[in-house]
Write a protein that binds this ligand. Structure first.
Ligand code: EPZ
Length: 426
């Protein structure tokens, strides 16, 4: 497996193009299952998870043709068409590799009237059950049973609109319910819906396909079911996690970088934290300008929350930044119960972090030290890259496979702005 080597200390200057969002692209690709007409997606990032989702869809008889774009950060195009569904089973071997595979559950049921999808099981960042997804589909009239590790569901007479009230916010369950409801008979009201921009993006694409949806971006989404959806084209929104990660790369390494093709409102909860920590962040016509010169970052505390709060997918990167800041920061993780796997690796780089339940207490050190490190999820891996940018000496991040799942050409984007970073193929 490839490794990434970073020699710390270089400041970053220039421009980083931001790619389309992985967590928008995955459900958008799944939406192709809802219609026999073509769905064209542009600004799709070239990532392992995206290729994996295309393979999963092909498994159901979907044609998925990829056209790459030459320029860095521009994304490619997927032409997807589910003219004939040839299967409705997603095997364990597929779902265990990528939890987002479970998003096919609602669309398969809505389109074909049945679905058999492996239960995903736990993953490195926590137990991550799918009970809310199942309850939502049951509310829409599906008969759901669990057998041999699979969820088997039938809706022979079609799904029926219903009130779905989630007890807490789930991005994936909201997406599953939203997609299924587009073809359900009558009105569905999803209360306590997730408000993540990726849901808004999915809703816009579904609307372009002929779905009748209101309340996008709020916690109450109303869907009036239609008989069928039609062809559409949609551009994937910019990746807010990639935006936040590179903003923090500049905050930790110093320098001035414009993040292009992105938007300030996507990282609204991060900007005040970065400013408080001593980084300048300003919106530009093309995206965001991020700069830090001279002084060491100062400590700021943060807690993860559903959107519009501070995202769990930026928590590890923020901890790397705080590990070098002046003072002590409390970082609380409220979404996943096991999302501090980066802590032992940061400790090996000389960080001073104590974990107390759901809170990491981070006392910044003036300089981290390079070390060989490894992480078991993609955001944690990116935090180790950030730590490596600020560390003295050489950091080698192992298991780059995780980074390739969610960051398009990371080492190329960072080396273009002056980081001393390279991929070491094995
Ligand atoms: C999405 O995962 C993202 N994945 C995650 O990004 C992200 O961390 C997460 O949302 C939170 O923002 C994709 O969009 C593909 P949830 P999802 O359902 O939908 C619990 C990354 O690094 N829960 O909002 O799986 C769950 O265990 C990834 O790109 C239930 O208990 O997240 C968690 O504690 C990692 N029952 C909380 O809810 C359910 O049925 C929020 O999870 C569903 C969720």
């Amino acid at each position: 497996m490839d490794k990434i080597r970073i020699r710390g200390g270089a400041r970053l200057n220039g421009e980083i193009p931001i790619s389309g969002a992985k967590n928008a692209a995955l459900p958008l690709m799944v939406a192709a299952l809802l219609t026999d007409a073509p769905l064209t997606l542009t600004n799709v990032p070239k990532l392992a998870d995206v290729a994996f989702m295309a393979d999963l869809l092909r498994h159901f008889g979907v044609t998925a043709e990829w056209t790459p774009e030459a320029a860095l950060g521009q994304g490619g195009r997927y032409e997807l068409c589910a003219a004939d569904l040839t299967g409705t089973t997603a095997d364990y071997d597929i779902v265990r590799k990528m939890r987002a595979s479970f998003l096919v559950f609602g669309p398969l049921l809505a389109r074909a009237g049945h679905a058999k999808v492996s239960l995903p099981g736990g993953c490195a960042i926590g137990a991550r059950p799918v009970d809310l997804h199942l309850k939502a589909l049951e509310a829409l009239g599906a008969k759901v049973e669990l057998a041999d590790g699979y969820v088997i569901a039938e809706a022979p007479g079609g799904l029926k609109g219903a009130n779905i009230a989630f007890p807490f916010v789930s991005v994936g369950a909201t997406e599953n319910a939203l997609m299924a409801a587009t073809l359900a008979e009558g009105r569905t009201v999803i209360s306590n819906a997730a408000r993540e921009p990726e849901i808004d993006d999915l809703g816009r694409c579904l609307t372009a396909m002929g779905a009748r949806i209101s309340g996008l971006g709020t916690s109450s989404i109303v869907v009036d079911g239609v008989k069928s959806l039609h062809a559409a084209a949609h551009a994937v929104l910019p990746d807010r996690i990639e935006t936040g990660t590179y903003a923090m790369a500049v905050a930790i390494a110093g320098g001035a970088v414009e993040l292009t093709g992105t938007r300030a409102d996507l990282v609204g909860a991060l900007i005040p934290l970065l400013k408080e920590a001593g980084t300048d962040v300003t919106a530009t016509n093309n995206g965001l300008m991020v700069a830090r010169n001279g002084v060491r970052p100062t400590s700021v505390s943060a807690a993860t929350e559903p959107f519009p709060g501070f995202p769990t997918d930026l928590q590890a990167q923020f901890m790397a930044l705080m590990a070098t800041a002046e003072g002590t920061s409390h970082i609380r993780e409220t979404i996943f119960e096991n999302r501090f796997m980066h802590v032992p690796e940061l400790l090996r780089m000389g960080a001073n972090i104590k974990v107390d339940g759901d809170t990491a207490i981070v006392t910044g050190v003036p300089r981290l030290n390079g070390a060989p490190v490894m992480a078991t999820d993609l955001r944690a891996s990116s935090s180790l890259v950030l730590a490596g940018l600020a560390a003295e000496g050489e950091t080698v991040v192992n298991r780059v496979y995780h980074l390739d799942r969610g960051f398009e050409r990371l080492e190329e984007k960072l080396s273009r702005v002056g980081a001393d970073i390279e991929r070491l193929p094995v």
